[in-house]
Design a protein around this ligand. Structure first.
Ligand SMILES: NC(=O)C1=CN([C@@H]2O[C@H](COP(=O)(O)OP(=O)(O)OC[C@H]3O[C@@H](n4cnc5c(N)ncnc54)[C@H](OP(=O)(O)O)[C@@H]3O)[C@@H](O)[C@H]2O)C=CC1
Ligand SMILES: O=C(O)[C@@H]1CCC=N1
Length: 264
C-alpha cells in the first residue's frame, strides 16, 4: 500500500484527506501536516489519520507527497519533500518546470487543479504530468483524487484556464445564488425559501445540462417564453453587460494563474 503525506491540511488538503479516507485508503497510511498546533488539534478531531507539524517526519515515511499549501508557502513543503518520491502539487499557477527546478533533476511531479467539491466527493480535478512523471505516477494521482470526484488529464498549458473555470467556478455560482437570494427576498420570498428554491433549481439545471447533452443556449431558450418574464430578465442581464463581466473574470483569473508561479 502507498503511504501518502499531505503537506498543508487547509481547505483543499484537509478536504482531500477526508475524501481519501472515505475512499477506503487505510488511515495509518495517510499523514497530514499543518503549521499551527491549534489547527492540528482541530484536524485530529475531524480526520482519522495522523496530523503532524513535522513535515520532515511525514515525508520520510511517505511514498507520495501531496503539496497543498498556498503557492507563496510552497518552498518549505518542497524542501521537506526531498528527492526520489512522487510530488503532487495542488498549488494554483505553479508550473511543473518550477517544481522540478526546486526539487532537483529527474524529480517526478504531477500538477493538479482541483476544487472544493472534494468536501462532498464531487470535485473536478485536472492533472498534468511533469517531464519525468511516469504513467504509474499519473495513475496514482488519479486514484487518490478520484476518491474526491472526477479526474481528467489535460496538457499543462491549459491549467491556468482550468483554474479559472473549475478551480474556482463554484465561486461564480455562489455569487449568483447570493445575489439572487437577496433579490428574491426583496421581491417578497422568505430567505430560507429563496435559498431552497435556488439550490434545487441549480441542482436540476446542472443535472439536465449533463444528462441532456444540450447546449446551454438551447436549454435557456426552452425557458424563455415569447413575451414572457424570462426574456425581460435577460434584457436586463445583457444591458448590464453580465456576459462581458464573466468573460473578463475568466481572462483575469487565467492571467493571474501565470503570475502565481512567480510567488513560489
Ligand atoms: N481553496 C480552493 O478552492 C482551491 C485552492 N487551490 C490551491 O490549493 C492550495 C491550498 O489552498 P487552500 O487549501 O485554499 O489554502 P489554506 O490556507 O486553506 O491551506 C493551506 C494550509 O497549508 C498549511 N501550511 C502552510 N505552510 C505549511 C508548511 N510549511 N508546512 C505544513 N503546512 C503548511 C497551512 O497550515 P496552518 O493552517 O497551520 O497555517 C494551511 O492549513 C493553494 O495552492 C491553492 O492555489 C486549488 C484549487 C481550489
Ligand atoms: O484563488 C486561487 O488562486 C485558487 C485557485 C482556484 C481556487 N482558488
Amino acid at each position: 500500500m502507498t503511504t501518502v503525506a499531505i503537506i498543508g491540511g487547509g481547505t483543499v488538503g484537509g478536504a482531500l484527506a477526508g475524501a481519501i479516507l472515505r475512499g477506503g485508503h487505510p488511515a495509518d497510511q495517510l499523514i497530514v501536516t499543518v503549521r499551527r498546533e491549534e489547527h492540528a488539534a482541530r484536524l485530529r478531531a475531524e480526520l482519522a489519520c495522523e496530523v503532524l507539524l513535522d513535515n520532515a517526519e511525514a515525508t520520510r515515511r511517505a511514498d507520495v507527497v501531496i503539496v497543498a499549501t498556498k503557492p507563496q508557502d510552497i518552498g518549505p513543503a518542497l524542501e521537506a519533500a526531498g528527492t526520489g518520491r512522487l510530488v503532487v502539487s495542488m498549488a494554483a499557477g505553479v508550473t511543473t518546470a518550477v517544481l522540478e527546478k526546486r526539487l532537483g533533476p529527474e524529480s517526478r511531479v504531477v500538477r493538479v487543479m482541483t476544487n472544493t467539491g472534494l468536501m462532498v466527493d464531487q470535485a473536478m480535478s485536472v492533472i498534468s504530468p511533469g517531464r519525468h512523471a511516469t504513467e504509474a505516477d499519473l495513475d496514482l494521482a488519479e486514484t487518490l483524487l478520484t476518491s474526491g470526484g472526477r479526474v481528467i488529464r489535460l496538457p499543462e498549458d491549459q491549467q491556468d484556464a482550468v483554474s479559472a473555470l473549475s478551480g474556482h467556478g463554484a465561486a461564480y455560482l455562489y455569487f449568483i445564488v447570493e445575489v439572487l437570494t437577496q433579490a428574491g427576498v426583496y421581491a417578497g420570498v422568505a430567505q430560507p425559501i429563496a435559498r431552497e428554491l435556488l439550490i434545487q433549481t441549480m441542482t436540476g439545471a446542472t443535472t439536465l445540462l449533463r444528462e441532456s447533452g444540450q447546449h446551454p443556449v438551447e436549454l435557456r431558450e426552452a425557458i424563455m417564453s415569447r413575451g414572457g418574464a424570462t426574456i425581460s430578465a435577460f434584457r436586463e442581464i445583457e444591458r448590464h453587460n453580465v456576459r462581458d463581466a464573466l468573460f473578463d473574470a475568466v481572462m483575469a483569473a487565467t492571467r493571474r494563474g501565470a503570475e502565481l508561479s512567480e510567488l513560489a
